[in-house]
Design a binder for this molecule. Structure first.
Ligand code: CMC
Length: 338
């Protein structure tokens, strides 16, 4: 409900899921229509674990991308390539094939995202571990190294779960519409999801989380005064828009932005860190929300406005931000395709 700022997945308010659920449980909910029992959740987690490795030959593909390639470009190509490495098996029923494809995608997208980061840095790939949860495994694959073992922090794992839960679905947005359109030609799911990842890459959509941090950094570099940026956003002759503001559906505060704003404080406090970009973001919000242009146009912070600050604090590099969104949106794409 964009007027009231309410978001529910399968009838459950997203703030309840953010508080009590995990990303894996929320993915199950979206794909299957109801929350899993404890047993179903355990089985689902075991299956995700079983499918978490990526075919070793795919590494050669990864290695061949130029080092400076954007991870979203790599991800969309690699997801499409999954069909080549995991062809349909004639002995499986259609339902079995679909279920295995869902699980494979959910598990491998996360592994491939971490792999692309490691390879882009010229580092050794870290394999998934069976004893770690979905989010903890991702952080470990991203940041563990032979010279500096990664210490898993439960609060950062929680923050990542919340980030992914908040991105898990949002009705007929650009990337979801792309997945449904491409999928309607009965192409395989990998190809349809690859189309969704391409659509998500755009700065007006998932690419906005990267664009927000770039914009906040630009404000910081220019001395920290937000007014000229708000003035530019108001100017009809200037194509500049305030990134992280406005939404096609929400004509009020995006409910996800409220949760992410609180999460910024929680994560920075836990890490005992101060991020000047958070001060700028708060100031920008304050000025914009009082500005007649933003009031008349119903422009409020959206989900992307505060997420970059949380991702930065966790240690995720800026060019991986939209990849993080893609991992989160995957259960929504799958359920909408289904
Ligand atoms: N800054 C300045 N003006 C804006 C902004 C903004 N961020 N967003 C919309 N407007 C103005 C726009 O110029 C237009 O003005 P006018 O009617 O006077 O010509 C009016 O508001 C309507 O714009 P629109 O593009 O038709 O609005 P929309 O509801 O179709 O677009 C949007 C939604 C998200 C594309 C847009 O608000 C935007 O470009 N925001 C910045 C990018 C961003 O933060 N994207 C993330 C969206 S949330 C996560 C996701 O779904 O990926």
């Amino acid at each position: 409900n964009g007027e009231k700022g309410i978001l529910r997945y399968r009838g459950i308010p997203v703030d309840q899921l953010a508080e009590h659920s995990t990303f894996v449980e929320t993915a199950y909910l979206l794909i299957n229509g109801e929350l899993p029992t404890r047993r179903q959740l355990t089985r689902f987690s075991v299956l995700l674990n079983d499918h978490s490795l990526v075919h070793e030959d795919m590494r050669e593909f990864f290695e061949s991308f130029p080092r400076r390639a954007h991870p979203m470009g790599i991800l969309t190509s690699m997801v499409n390539a999954l069909r080549a490495f995991y062809p349909e098996l004639p002995e499986r029923s259609e339902e079995e094939e679909i279920n295995v494809t869902f699980t494979r995608l959910l598990s491998k997208l996360r592994t491939m995202a971490a792999m692309s980061y490691k390879i882009s840095r010229g580092h050794r790939v870290v394999y998934p571990r069976h004893d770690l949860t979905y989010a903890a495994n991702f952080l470990n694959m991203m940041f563990d190294s032979p010279v500096r073992p990664y210490e898993i922090d439960d609060d950062l794992v929680d923050a990542l779960n919340v980030f992914w839960i908040l991105h898990a679905d949002h009705e007929q947005n650009c990337s979801t519409a792309a997945v449904r359109l491409v999928g309607s030609a009965r192409v395989n799911l990998y190809a349809a999801i690859s189309a969704g990842i391409s659509a998500l890459w755009g700065p007006l959509h998932g690419g906005a989380n990267q664009a927000v941090v770039e914009m906040l950094s630009e404000i910081e570099a220019s001395g920290g005064d937000v007014d000229p940026f708000v003035a530019r956003a108001r100017d009809r002759n200037d194509p500049f828009r305030l990134m992280g503001f406005g939404h096609r559906v929400y004509k009020t505060y995006d409910p996800r932005a409220i949760i992410m704003k609180k999460m910024c404080d929680k994560v920075l406090k836990k890490l005992k860190r101060h991020d000047p970009l958070l001060d700028i973001a708060r100031k920008l919000e304050e000025v914009a929300l009082k500005d007649p242009y933003f009031i008349d146009h119903n422009l409020y912070p959206n989900v992307d406005f505060y997420t970059g600050i949380v991702l930065r604090a966790i240690g995720i590099p800026i060019n991986m931000f939209t990849v993080m969104f893609a991992i989160g949106r995957l259960p929504g794409w799958i359920s909408q395709w289904k």
